[in-house]
Ligand binder design. Sequence first.
Ligand SMILES: *[C@@H]1O[C@H](CO)[C@@H](O)[C@H](O)[C@H]1NC(C)=O
Ligand SMILES: *[C@@H]1O[C@H](CO)[C@@H](O)[C@H](O)[C@H]1NC(C)=O
Ligand SMILES: *[C@@H]1O[C@H](CO)[C@@H](O)[C@H](O)[C@H]1NC(C)=O
Ligand SMILES: *[C@@H]1O[C@H](CO)[C@@H](O)[C@H](O)[C@H]1NC(C)=O
Ligand SMILES: *[C@@H]1O[C@H](CO)[C@@H](O)[C@H](O)[C@H]1NC(C)=O
Ligand SMILES: *[C@@H]1O[C@H](CO)[C@@H](O)[C@H](O)[C@H]1NC(C)=O
Ligand SMILES: *[C@@H]1O[C@H](CO)[C@@H](O)[C@H](O)[C@H]1NC(C)=O
Length: 510
Amino acid sequence: MLLSPPLAVLLLGLQSALCLGLGGQNLWLLKDKVLRSQEQRAQRYLLESWKAFPARSKGGWTEPREGFFPQPLDHFNRRNNATYKQRFWVNTELWEREQGPVFLYIGGEGALTPYSVLAGEHVDLARKYRALLVSLEHRYYGASINPDGLTDQKIQFLSSQQALADLATFHAFISQQYNLTRSNTWICFGGSYPGSLSAWFRLKFPHLVYAAVASSAPVRAQLDFTAYNKVVSQSLSNPIVGGSLKCRAAVAHVFSRLDQILKGGNTSGLEADFGSCRKLNGSDDYGEFVSNLADIIMGTVQYNQETPDNSIANLCQVMTNHSLGSAYQRLVLLNKNYMASMELKCVDNSHQNVLEKLRSTEVKPYGVGERQWYYQTCAEFGYYQTCEDEGCPLSRWMTLQSQVGVCAQIFGIHPGSVQQAVYFTNEYYGADHPESSRIIFVNGNIDPWHALSVLKNQSSSEVAVVINGTAHCANMNPPEDRDPPSLRQARQKIDDQIGIWLASAHQYPW
Ligand SMILES: *[C@@H]1O[C@H](CO)[C@@H](O)[C@H](O)[C@H]1NC(C)=O
Ligand SMILES: *[C@@H]1O[C@H](CO)[C@@H](O)[C@H](O)[C@H]1NC(C)=O
Ligand SMILES: *[C@@H]1O[C@H](CO)[C@@H](O)[C@H](O)[C@H]1NC(C)=O
Ligand SMILES: *[C@@H]1O[C@H](CO)[C@@H](O)[C@H](O)[C@H]1NC(C)=O
Ligand SMILES: *[C@@H]1O[C@H](CO)[C@@H](O)[C@H](O)[C@H]1NC(C)=O
Ligand SMILES: *[C@@H]1O[C@H](CO)[C@@H](O)[C@H](O)[C@H]1NC(C)=O
Ligand SMILES: *[C@@H]1O[C@H](CO)[C@@H](O)[C@H](O)[C@H]1NC(C)=O
């Protein structure tokens, strides 16, 4: 379908999944907000690039093709012939037909949108290298799931192994649809969990994909992810992003104060001050209460500068400003600002409600998949963001036991099994020393997830880029004027590396 570009962009709908993470309830809300903000930026960027190239938009603009194709529900059992329909997008606009490479954008723990083939670093690279752009939504997320997919029985077919096998089938499907040959070099891209999938697709299917870019990819599974909050602590103290030791100290101080009050058991002041929807009912609710407040801090660090009002610099300006009252009163203010920006009337701190949400098998075709992702943490990755360590600046109520306990309550997976699953994942993929080639791992040192990624060159063709001063998946966004030099250099490095790899595959220059 041909449309004039601005109209087409407005018709594309408003959900995407560019780069996610894990966390408590407030962090899920923040993620949704980050996605919306990334989409708005993508829209602005697209409109600006059309203005810059009016000649191109004259002939109209081909809307990316959305399609579905059937996938085996279980790739590893041919006696099960059940299938589901998996969603994908194709953008042929930039492709040098017949010879050009194929850039595959891998979806993750949320719905994918047309933006997955319209905006971002991989699209800018596709423009330069004249690539066919394709993206695949992850099984069990978005629209790529059967109506009964979330039942206890059916959710067993959700795994990274099945997802990689889906990518192999997709490779064959697209190759057939577009008459591709072995001379069409595939390169895959992904950020966060899909960053891991990107690296693993190259690792396990080197005959299908020539090279991979893995952004903010937590390839090392870990049950007790204590390092997450260690990085949060460092980032709150890091002047490069507007942090300071004073800021970190104020945060640590107020959370230890909250812990003290909770220990005393009189929570009526907290409920009023922090806008709790209901009275806190026992220690499970205390855990939700502090996690929701910690999420504001953790989310600000993880998504530093992703939305206009969300940055470590702003947070620290409030937390260190004595004219705003005690550290407690400053956190009250931060929470108030957060609630206003999310349009929340009150904060739901009920642990029962969280469990109910995670138990719900209702399929929603948009946004992030909380039940699915929690299942994957229980069955494969762990990644529990705990705060039981000495140096953690947040609440001691954020325990491993409370987070891993949910696996047993919801999915009947006991802590010992979660630990075994984590060991297996690392054995299966090679943790943070995967033995592969032609993979580029990109991380920002402000991002708490970088602690589980590959930070050192593994070989001359399995290389690590660490960006000084950026957060989760910053390199995947379209470039902006305010980008620090370290980020520009990283994007250039990725570009150069892809150029070298395509040349070695005889795909570039033309
Ligand atoms: C799946 O297998 C069953 C028997 O196991 C058979 O009756 C059915 O026709 C098969 N369905 C498809 C789509 O092949
Ligand atoms: C693929 O090749 C077939 C047969 O040569 C042709 O009919 C078809 O149009 C081609 N498809 C594309 C997308 O180029
Ligand atoms: C509980 O705390 C509130 C406010 O902090 C205070 O007004 C109230 O007197 C306390 N109740 C008890 C029973 O200590
Ligand atoms: C409080 O929690 C207990 C279990 O911890 C539960 O039995 C009870 O129903 C809860 N009360 C309310 C008002 O939710
Ligand atoms: C501290 O807060 C006061 C009151 O809102 C404000 O006027 C002042 O500019 C703030 N100072 C800094 C350094 O942000
Ligand atoms: C990693 O490899 C890249 C490219 O080969 C090189 O430019 C970089 O200096 C290496 N980094 C380290 C820390 O060895
Ligand atoms: C990051 O940049 C800051 C400021 O430019 C510098 O002081 C610091 O040493 C750099 N850190 C690393 C790890 O390169």
